[in-house]
Write a protein that binds this ligand. Structure first.
Ligand code: SF4
Length: 437
């Protein structure tokens, strides 16, 4: 038997790009290719790029350069792939370039450059596909693209308008993930609350019953799978209120990732943010009243063109009132092709920098304060890794990679993916320390 052709994959960018990489790898492995983790061992390297921010474009270019230097046979896909001339100018030796979500083109390019083995071992592929995340959690992408036109963002240009996956397909994938041992599903898209709007919330059959391609019915069905379900990229449209009782009933994790980006109405208007007109503070207070353990995570941009000191102070005061649990912050960066680049009154870099530090310092205190309220409580955690000096876990309020951690002492009989109830002993700025009960 001939050895199987070997593919190396470099995956950059957001969880959505990671899901694309998983699809490419799943398909190639199904066809009998094998994957390797070194440049030297690969017959061909696929680089899945990110093109969102200029810094991400630079990182993508340098990853392509590294793959070319160490292997030499490289194809490029992903968001930066929409700018083939830009890539070719810097790296003329790249063999082929495709854009985001062009799985079929990526696969046929791989076939051309590195033909598949004659007898594909189709049954070697696990039914849930290949996951690039650890075994116990997985991202579930429910749609591609976005119908909004936020002025700082080029995702709709790169990825096109919203295309929702039929709800029965999404649920089938979720069921396979659970059957393969996944304990936590992270629902992702560009705009999770808009799910289904592009196909008029079309109904499909699931378990012999009709179900609409819409956020709430999807969440209700996911909630029956018996694993942790975490929602990302939710915009605060009115129907998000329907999710809060599902969190109260423990069908969904009490966790909402809402990218607010700013609080000042003037800046939000200039950003052209969806649901910007909705009174978010009142909503947050009402949600917390119904589900007190709700964790809210968000991201913000400081230094957006035209952001005055008054706007920034408004944002800080809003943060103090909202007391969000988890916050990420970006300094505004002009992304090539974004409408915001044409806005007047650019904020000088040093001011953006100062505001970033101020916001992070404010949030650090808020996070510290909120986490200290957890001391003495019994909480459920999911184990991510077991090390010689401690066990690293996460609470229901911590998404992997982006939020905090819960550290447990070593020597407890727990493995990655186990869910256990622990007692919080100590809190820090972003993390907790707990002991088994
Ligand atoms: S909602 Fe706005 S920021 Fe998010 S992908 Fe759509 S256009 Fe970009």
């Amino acid at each position: 038997m001939k050895p199987s052709p070997k593919i190396g994959l470099v995956s950059l960018g957001c969880p959505k790009a990671l899901v694309d990489s998983e699809r490419i790898i799943s398909r190639l492995q199904a066809e009998g290719y094998s994957t390797v983790s070194t440049y030297e061992g690969a017959d061909l390297v696929v680089v899945n790029t990110c093109g969102f921010l200029n810094s991400a474009r630079e990182e993508s270019l340098s990853a392509i350069g590294e793959a070319l230097a160490k292997n030499g046979r490289v194809i490029v896909t992903g968001c930066l792939g929409t700018e083939a001339d830009f890539i070719k100018a810097k790296h003329p030796r790249v063999l082929a370039i495709t854009g985001p979500q062009q799985y079929d083109t990526v696969i046929s390019t791989v076939h051309d450059l590195l033909p598949p083995p004659h007898e594909p071992f189709l049954d070697l592929i696990p039914p849930q596909g290949i996951k690039l995340t650890p075994h116990h959690y997985a991202y579930l992408k429910i749609s591609e693209g976005c119908n909004h036109r936020c002025s700082f963002c080029i995702i709709p240009k790169l990825r096109g308008a919203l295309v929702s996956r039929p709800v029965n397909e999404v649920l089938k994938e979720a069921e396979k993930l659970v059957a393969s041992g996944v304990q936590e599903i992270l629902v992702i898209s560009q705009d999770t609350s808009a799910y289904g709007v592009d196909i008029n919330y079309a109904e499909f059959k699931w378990k012999n019953l009709p179900i609409a391609t819409r956020m709430t019915p999807l969440c209700r069905a996911l909630g029956k799978l018996g694993v942790w379900i975490r929602l990302h990229y939710v915009y605060p449209y009115p129907h998000v209120d329907e999710l809060i009782p599902l969190m109260g009933d423990k069908q969904l994790l009490p966790y909402l990732d809402i990218p607010f980006q700013h609080a000042s109405p003037r800046v939000l208007k200039a950003m052209k943010r969806p649901a910007a007109e909705i009174k978010t503070l009142e909503r947050i207070f009402a949600w917390r009243k119904e589900v007190p353990e709700l964790t809210i995570r968000s991201t913000f941009i400081v230094g957006f063109p035209g952001e005055t000191e008054e706007d920034f102070q408004y944002l800080l005061e809003w943060l103090e009132e909202a007391e969000l649990d988890r916050v990420g912050c970006f300094r505004y960066e002009a992304v090539s092709g974004a409408a915001a680049n044409k806005l007047p009154n650019a904020v000088p870099k040093e001011i953006s920098e100062r505001r970033w530090h101020q916001l992070m310092a404010t949030q650090k205190k808020i996070s510290e304060r909120r986490l200290s309220q957890r001391v003495g409580q019994k909480i459920d955690v999911i184990v991510d890794s077991v090390r010689s000096n401690n066990i690293v876990a996460r609470s229901k309020g911590d998404a992997p990679e982006i939020d905090g951690k819960v550290f447990l002492p070593p020597g407890i009989n727990l493995s990655p993916g186990d869910i256990s109830t622990v007692q919080v002993e100590r809190s820090g700025e972003y993390d907790l320390w707990a002991v088994p009960i």
